[in-house]
Design a protein around this ligand. Structure first.
Ligand SMILES: *[C@@H]1O[C@H](CO)[C@@H](O)[C@H](O)[C@H]1NC(C)=O
Ligand SMILES: *[C@@H]1O[C@H](CO)[C@@H](O)[C@H](O)[C@H]1NC(C)=O
Ligand SMILES: *[C@@H]1O[C@H](CO)[C@@H](O)[C@H](O)[C@H]1NC(C)=O
Length: 491
């Protein structure tokens, strides 16, 4: 009897202990590491994931064959014969674009919407008998295709007589900004530049007032300018980011329209205290406005731009100008379709998917939730490989081993979990033990096309040799790009 009670007691004790152990074990699920500041905002993260956005330069210059209008254009020349913003949105959607930015007003001062503060607009044109509104049609078409909108309102205005007089002009500009940001629903990006007329070099733009008004009227907008505050210019109009390219920078070192900062803008700053990622603006043609004499860039050029912008931690803002009919020309549309098809061909298949992965260490050990498999899922922000906290030797590595017979690739992709800060300063990539790449920053996305072309490798090793805190990698890929010259073979 006693022994029965003892046994009962023992079993009971065992169950309790096991239960406690289970509870304790469950409590010890490894947490994500602390972030390394600064961090992106929610809107900046959304913007970064867009990768490719579209600019549309359209206005009186489309009809005068100019890049910069004089401001003396007769509004009667604005008369697109078949303006169809649904065609713009269809072309954009097919190109995988999720945000389109329209020039509501360029330097010539002509407004594409019926502003109540000037006659120099669609009101005075024959188009839709002066009752049209390009901005409204643009916004409606974009919305119908699930595309977000952005606007550009040129500070430099070569038409309005208030230009050059600080107070009245800033009031005029701000009034128009209110029209645009109040009337057309949600605007996701507003684009400012610092261009000024040679007739008024001392003209002040009241950027602080403008930015405050933007943030008052729109909650999820990103403000773009040379100096942010949310998205910065990359420092050139070639579509190429710097090397390195940090999303970090010191805003206190920036000024809108200043010429000494283009290098700083292109590289960012590893010690920067502000999260201010770079946008690479470039046109699909030579000019920003449509000109009969120009044609779209070749696919190889567009891919060079893609690898050097999106592939260097930036967003590509590609300009595709509507023509005098008010349509995106078929040759531009065709060029965009080829571009998107090429990107999909290269990146839809990740050859690393079936490989064996080894890593230097992993946070929380095996099954801790930060293993190498996290680099192969579709979440490129919050699911990531993290080395163990104890692994402070700066010897972090990932090894990708090809199963039976090896790998055939010419593109390497690495992505950092930027939601916890941009960290990687330097890294190296080895194929079969041979150093192929000595790189700097990674950021949201880093792409390498291997010089020399196609590689037959068995083992790819990525070493992170310097970082701000522990490196966190959300995705890696090995890809094959058939558009990249591929003569050379490494065995
Ligand atoms: C601009 O300011 C500079 C220095 O303050 C002055 O010398 C110049 O005359 C001004 N230019 C104009 C066009 O007002
Ligand atoms: C550019 O020049 C301005 C003033 O001349 C200065 O305040 C700023 O720090 C400079 N920026 C850089 C990156 O050199
Ligand atoms: C940016 O700011 C940080 C912190 O104040 C500073 O350490 C760094 O040197 C600055 N960068 C430049 C280029 O001045």
């Amino acid at each position: 009897m006693t022994s029965f009670i003892t046994r009962l007691w023992c079993s009971f004790y065992l169950i309790i202990t096991l239960f406690k152990f289970t509870i304790c074990w469950r409590e010890q699920v490894p947490t994500p590491p602390l972030p390394v500041l600064p961090l992106p905002t929610y809107s900046q993260l959304k913007w970064q994931q867009r990768e490719l956005i579209m600019f549309l330069h359209f206005g009186v210059n489309t009809f005068t064959d100019r890049e910069w209008g004089t401001g003396h254009e007769n509004p009667a020349i604005f008369n697109p014969s078949g303006l169809n913003t649904n065609q713009w949105a269809t072309v954009a959607a097919e190109a995988g674009v999720s945000l389109m930015i329209l020039t509501a007003k360029h330097h010539d001062g002509f407004c594409l919407w019926p502003s109540k503060y000037t006659e120099h607009s669609v009101i005075s044109s024959p188009w839709r008998n002066g009752k049209g509104d390009v901005v409204e049609e643009f916004v409606n078409a974009a919305k119908a295709h699930g595309i977000d909108v952005g606007l550009y309102l040129s500070p430099w205005d070569r038409h309005d007589h208030r230009y050059g007089h600080d107070l009245p002009y800033n009031e005029y500009y701000l009034a128009q900004l209110q029209e645009l940001l109040n009337k057309y629903g949600s605007v996701r990006e507003i684009w400012f530049d610092g261009a000024k007329g040679p007739n008024a070099p001392n003209m002040s733009y009241y950027f602080s007032d403008w930015f405050a008004m933007v943030n008052e009227l729109q909650s999820s907008i990103n403000i773009f300018s040379d100096a942010g505050p949310n998205v910065r210019w990359v420092g050139n109009e070639k579509g190429f980011a710097g090397e390195p390219c940090w999303s970090l920078i010191n805003r206190t070192s920036l000024a809108i329209g200043s010429s000494n900062i283009t290098k700083y803008l292109s590289t960012g700053d590893p010690r920067g205290t502000d999260w201010l990622p770079a946008e690479c603006d470039v046109s699909i043609r030579k000019g920003w406005f449509w000109h009969k004499s120009e044609s779209p860039r070749k696919l190889s050029e567009l891919l060079d731009i893609y690898y050097n912008s999106v592939g260097r931690n930036c967003v590509l803002l590609l300009n595709v100008p509507p023509n005098t009919a008010g349509l995106i020309s078929e040759d531009d549309a065709q060029s965009l379709r080829e571009f998107r098809a090429a990107i999909n061909t290269v990146f839809d298949q990740n050859l690393a998917q079936d490989c064996n992965f080894r890593v230097s260490s992993q946070r929380g050990g095996e099954g801790g939730g930060f293993g190498p498999e996290k680099m192969l899922d579709s979440d490129h922000l919050w699911s990531f490989w993290a080395p163990g906290d104890e692994d402070k030797e700066k010897n972090h590595w990932i090894e990708i081993g090809g199963k039976d017979g090896g790998l055939r690739f010419n593109v390497i992709r690495i992505q950092e979990a930027i939601g916890l800060g941009q960290r990687i300063k330097r890294h190296e990539i080895y194929v079969n033990g041979k150093l192929m790449i000595k790189g700097t920053t990674v950021g949201y996305k880093r792409l390498y096309r291997l010089e020399g072309g196609l590689v037959h490798g068995h083992v790819v090793r990525i070493r992170i040799t310097s970082s701000r805190g522990l490196p966190l990698i959300s995705s890696v890929g090995l890809h094959f790009d058939p558009f990249w010259h591929s003569e050379f073979t490494l065995n």
